[in-house]
Structure formats: structure tokens, C-alpha cells
Ligand binder design. Structure first.
Ligand SMILES: C[S@@+](CC[C@H](N)C(=O)[O-])C[C@H]1O[C@@H](n2cnc3c(N)ncnc32)[C@H](O)[C@@H]1O
Length: 401
């Protein structure tokens, strides 16, 4: 059953809590399953594994929801599944065992939370203390960051928000849906993680410049480019996402030319002074809100995305006027999609040069600047010292001679 099909708001919140806990604790629950099921998950057992994971999440990590109901509901749920109905005995036994070991499982080491290969990779790239922050961030989840059209003290106070950097603010606690927050209907702000709001600010062109947002939907960065006063062409290949982009701009009362096309082959009628390429990527930097990326992304996925990004980078370069600025970014923590792509582009695209980002351009995020003049952000960096970290992001600025 999808979340949307659950009519009652409280039931929806509960389902959401169970599912996100099971996903955030996936690595620890893997360990628990290896103890509970000596022969592993039975083959062709329908919803058995999913129900078992959710029930362990409830028994071990959300004990206030009631242990008895977890066992009872799990057994009832698989009884209704043709493929899992014969496994009620196993479900009951596994959950009773989980219940008797709940205290030990509750304190399993945090090192189990990240896949071993991600932990190794990120320790060598970002250092062990950053990876400790990543595991904390995985459990804590992401705060809600907004970009404000007009960050007046009154607007910030009406939202109960804390200012971060520039026009980004943070809501540490949220007790209602985004649509019910002050100023939503009036189009006073849009949801955008503090890290995601950095790239568009680095375009650095004069108002009125013609800028192409090459992978634009759902439009967080397009909105920033419009707000900066640029004439914006926003392109995306996915028609459904383009509709969302249009709806988001309409709510904000922002105007851009919208194009549905392929970023790898788009050939514009005139060249641009700026191109923003927020390329599709492995999205490992978003693990706080999409914990499943930790377990589903493979080295092959990263290589596939890197290949696609090179095609888009090449076309972004072709769309630029001489002297034009290219901002390249990805919400990935993998250097193959960030630093290595820029090295490749500088080697391959003749006439492209680095336009290093200065630390004074990202005040409040000084820890994110690299010696080369890239911006490298991750969940261990607190924007302007405000708790809650930020998504993983890589940003580079380039120029066509
Ligand atoms: C990281 S998201 C962009 C997020 C957006 N820039 C924002 O800030 O809201 C990447 C986007 O690339 C789009 N995309 C994927 N393949 C594409 C292609 N071949 N051509 C154009 N857009 C593509 C996806 O539909 C997706 O909307």
C-alpha cells in the first residue's frame, strides 16, 4: 500500500515513521536478520522480508509503539499474502527472538549503519570523523531548509526559522506539511537544502544575462536564477518533471522559458552567457532523506552516471558563448562524479578553464572550499555553524575562453 492510499493523516505519519526507521537502520537490521534467520530469507516469500524489517524497526527502534502489536500485526499482514501466508510460524518465532534481544540490538554499533564499501571510500575521501557525522546524520534525518524570496526578519520569524547563509533558512522541527507553512500559498519560498542552494549563487553574472539551466526540474535552482535577475531557459527531458517545474515556478510567480529536450543533444538557437549543469548522478549526497541510495547504488551505477555527465558537460560547453560561465554540480559524494569529471572536462574540452570559487563567495561554508577552488559539501558540515549538516554536493565553476 502506498503512503498516498492511507487516508488518515496519523496513520500516514506512523507508516512514514516505520518505513524511514527501517531504511535508516537497514545495515543494523541486516545484522539482526543474519542472527534471526539461520537460513536467510526464504525464497519467493512475497512481503515476508519487508514486513519483518518493518516489525524489527518497530520492536527494536520504536518500542513506544508497542511490541505486542508489532508481532501480531506482522503475522496478520503475511497471512493475507498468498506467497508469505505459510511463514507465520517463522515470522512469529523470529520476532519473539528479536523482542528478547531488543536491548542488545538497540545498542548495535553505528559502524553497521553504512555499507562497508561506502564507509571505506568516504573515510579515505572525507576522513573518519566526517564519516561518524554521516552515520549520525543518517539516523537524525535532514532538517527542512527553505530558500526565501525575501529573507526579512518578519518572514523568518513567521516561519519559526533560523537564518543560514544568504537567503537560506532552516526549520529544525516541523509539525505540519510543507503546504501548511506560512507563506507557501503566497509563493514566498521554496524547499531547497542549504547545500543545493549553493551552486546557482556562484554563477556570478550581471542581471539580465541569458542563462541555461540544463537539468532543471523540479526547479529549485531555476527559481534562484530567476531571482538573481537572469533571463532563464530551463530544460529537462522528463515531461512529468517539467510539469512540476512549471507548477513550482507558477506558485512563485517566476517566469522562465521552459524546454523539454535532451541535455546531451540540445542545440540552442543562440549561445548562453551562463550554463548551470546540475547533472543526474548517483545522489549519494542525499542519503539523509533517501537512505535507500546507500544500499541500491553500485559502482556500475556511478560509472554509468559519470558517462552520462561527460556527454552533458560536452554539450553544456557547446551551448556557452566565449567568455561564458559554466557551473557544474552534482549531489553525489563520489569524486568520480565531481573532481574527476572536472579534470576530464579541462583535459578534453579545448577552451575550457577553471574559474576557481573564492572562499569569500561562500561565507558560512568555509569548510567546504577545496584548494583547487571547488566547493565540496557533506552532511558533516554545519552551514554557518547551525546544527543539522547539509546534503553532499560538489560544485565547480568553469569558463569558456
Ligand atoms: C539533479 S536533478 C535536477 C534538479 C534541479 N536542478 C533542481 O535544482 O531542482 C537532475 C535532472 O536531470 C534530468 N535529466 C535526466 N536525464 C536528462 C537528459 N537526458 N536531458 C535532460 N534532463 C535530464 C532529470 O529529469 C532530473 O530532473
Amino acid at each position: 500500500m502506498s503512503e498516498a492510499e492511507i487516508a488518515d493523516g496519523r496513520d500516514r505519519a506512523l507508516a512514514n515513521k516505520l518505513a524511514t526507521t527501517a531504511l535508516r537502520r537497514h545495515g543494523q537490521i541486516d545484522f539482526i536478520l543474519s542472527e534471526l534467520l539461520e537460513r536467510g530469507i526464504p525464497k519467493k516469500s512475497g512481503t515476508f522480508e519487508a514486513v519483518l524489517r518493518l516489525s524489527i524497526a518497530q520492536l527494536v527502534y520504536l518500542p513506544d509503539l508497542g511490541a505486542h502489536s508489532a508481532v501480531h500485526l506482522a503475522v496478520e499482514a503475511i497471512k493475507r499474502d498468498r506467497k508469505a501466508g505459510h511463514l507465520t510460524g517463522l515470522m512469529n518465532a523470529a520476532l519473539r527472538r528479536a523482542q528478547s534481544h531488543a536491548a542488545r540490538y538497540w545498542s548495535l554499533p553505528e559502524s553497521l549503519l553504512l555499507p562497508a564499501d561506502a564507509s571505506r571510500r568516504w573515510s579515505s575521501t572525507y576522513g573518519e570523523s566526517a564519516v561518524t557525522r554521516f552515520t549520525e546524520a543518517l539516523i537524525a534525518g535532514a532538517p527542512l531548509d527553505l530558500t526565501l524570496k525575501d529573507p526579512t526578519p518578519e518572514r523568518i520569524e513567521a516561519l519559526g526559522a533560523t537564518p543560514l547563509i544568504a537567503d537560506s533558512v532552516r526549520l529544525a522541527e516541523r509539525d505540519r506539511p510543507v503546504e501548511a507553512l506560512s507563506g507557501y500559498a503566497e509563493g514566498e519560498w521554496w524547499v531547497q537544502d542549504a547545500a543545493s542552494a549553493v551552486p546557482a549563487r556562484l554563477m556570478g553574472l550581471k542581471p539580465g544575462a541569458h542563462v541555461l539551466d540544463l537539468c532543471a526540474a523540479p526547479g529549485g535552482k531555476t527559481a534562484q536564477l530567476v531571482k538573481a535577475g537572469y533571463r532563464v531557459t530551463a530544460l529537462d527531458a522528463d515531461p512529468a518533471r517539467v510539469r512540476r517545474l512549471q507548477a513550482n515556478l507558477d506558485r512563485l510567480d517566476y517566469k522562465a522559458e521552459i524546454v523539454t529536450a535532451d541535455a546531451g543533444t540540445y542545440s540552442p538557437p543562440a549561445l548562453f552567457e551562463g550554463v548551470l549543469l546540475d547533472a543526474p548522478c548517483s545522489a549519494t549526497g542525499t542519503f539523509r532523506r533517501h537512505p535507500e541510495v546507500l544500499w541500491h547504488r553500485t559502482a556500475r551505477d556511478v560509472a554509468g552516471r559519470a558517462n552520462l555527465q561527460r556527454g552533458f558537460l560536452t554539450n553544456a560547453f557547446r551551448c556557452l558563448k566565449p567568455g561564458g560561465t559554466l557551473v557544474y554540480c552534482v549531489c553525489s559524494l563520489e569524486p568520480e562524479e565531481g573532481e574527476a569529471q572536472v579534470a576530464w572536462a579541462l583535459d578534453t574540452l579545448s577552451g575550457l578553464e577553471l574559474a576557481p570559487i573564492g572562499v569569500e563567495e561562500i561565507l558560512g561554508l568555509e569548510a567546504g572550499i577545496t584548494p583547487e577552488g571547488f566547493v565540496r559539501l557533506h552532511p558533516g558540515i554545519d552551514p554557518a555553524g547551525v546544527a543539522g549538516g547539509m546534503d553532499g554536493f560538489f560544485v565547480a565553476r568553469l569558463r569558456r575562453r
